[in-house]
Design a protein around this ligand. Sequence first.
Ligand code: AMP
Length: 436
Amino acid sequence: MPYQAPTGTADLLPEQAWRWDAIQRQAASVFSRYGYQLIDTPIFEQLDVFVRGIGEATDVVGKEMYLAFSQHAVEAIAAGQAPKAKDTLALRPEQTAGVARAVVQHNLVPPGGAAIKLWYAGSMFRHERPQKGRLREFHQIGTECLGAAEPSADAEVILMLMDFFEGLGIPRASMRLLVNSMGDDACRPAYRQVVREFILAHADGLCPECVRRADSNPLRAFDCKNPDCQAVLAAAPLITDSLCPQCAEHYATVRQLLTEAGCDFEQAPRLVRGLDYYTRTVFEVQVTDGLGSQNAIGGGGRYDKLLAEFGGKPTPGLGFAVGFERICLALDAAGVAAPVLPLPEVFVAAVDTQARAAAFALAGQLRSAGLRAELDHQNRSLKSQLKAADKSGASWVAILGPDELAAGQLTLRHLASHEEQRTTTQQAIELIRGER
Ligand code: AMP
């Protein structure tokens, strides 16, 4: 095989592509009930958008970005010229930064205006070590709500996420909803300092990566998968003990609203989202079987400082992203079948060469009537066409030969019952529709 899809990518063959489409349709249906509208932003942005929006100290920006240069920019670099910032592009590793950039650019949340609710779906790119449920090109669906500071917005987003997952068929009992508050500018800096000191004081028992993070991004140490680090960090001070009164109250209201809505959750005081922009509420949904270590199927939180990073007015925001590939693993583990590909309803067969043009025209009429119609383009014999009809999954075959053409009719055969009848095109359309 001369060429293979790049490492860490996967072709979405029709069955998988159809599942991706079905999940997006489910997202559109659930999210619209909560007032969300679809947005699409470019697959690449200026690198700075991600550096600002995600943070230089994150793995995503520091280690996992795919840069994208035009041929023109490459030639300039080769000639020793530094590329301009606007020519230094990167493939998006997530879409929140792009959406935030678009919201500021188009002034979608004017001061004093209503909150805006947006959702997106598409490919994201991160240069990670590929494994089950972790790819370099993967697909996310996400939502962003901008302009709403109240804790009811946080609770609503979390309930919508659970609604979405349950609607897909992931059993509620196999999902764990983890929530935490990461504080804000008033209380997080002091907590970061406390964790930094804790890491430095326990450096002997921690991996070099965690120690390195002490200065750049100490809270990320909680994400370390190394069991020795986890054991040491289990004794670290908790953010929930350091929240300022405003953050504590906000978090308490989110929990109260979730409880009142009958939504089970666990408080996870060591849950920190990897991206720098989160403030206050963070959450993650994990599934308890089928995914191994990559068990997070979605997560998100509040990011009240992000829009200001892009030159907008300070505007509260919150959202989540869910990963399509991991949702598929969770659905497979739950025994939820992938949606069946749309099969042809009727196969048009020509008895001889003379009838081919009429068969072609008939397929056109059936399609115009809204039916899924298929026909042979490989000059096969009638026998082979009938075999192909059977294989295609169609329920009906419309047969055209000299007799039918002379009578201005067709023979409609029902494949399951083998019953046959002579009909007009209109009668055939009604019969086929009747069986849907
Ligand atoms: P994040 O953008 O890192 O908060 O991730 C949100 C969700 O995207 C995760 O819960 C996963 O379901 C999915 N995800 C993140 N990174 C990957 C990846 N490399 N491969 C597949 N899915 C991913």
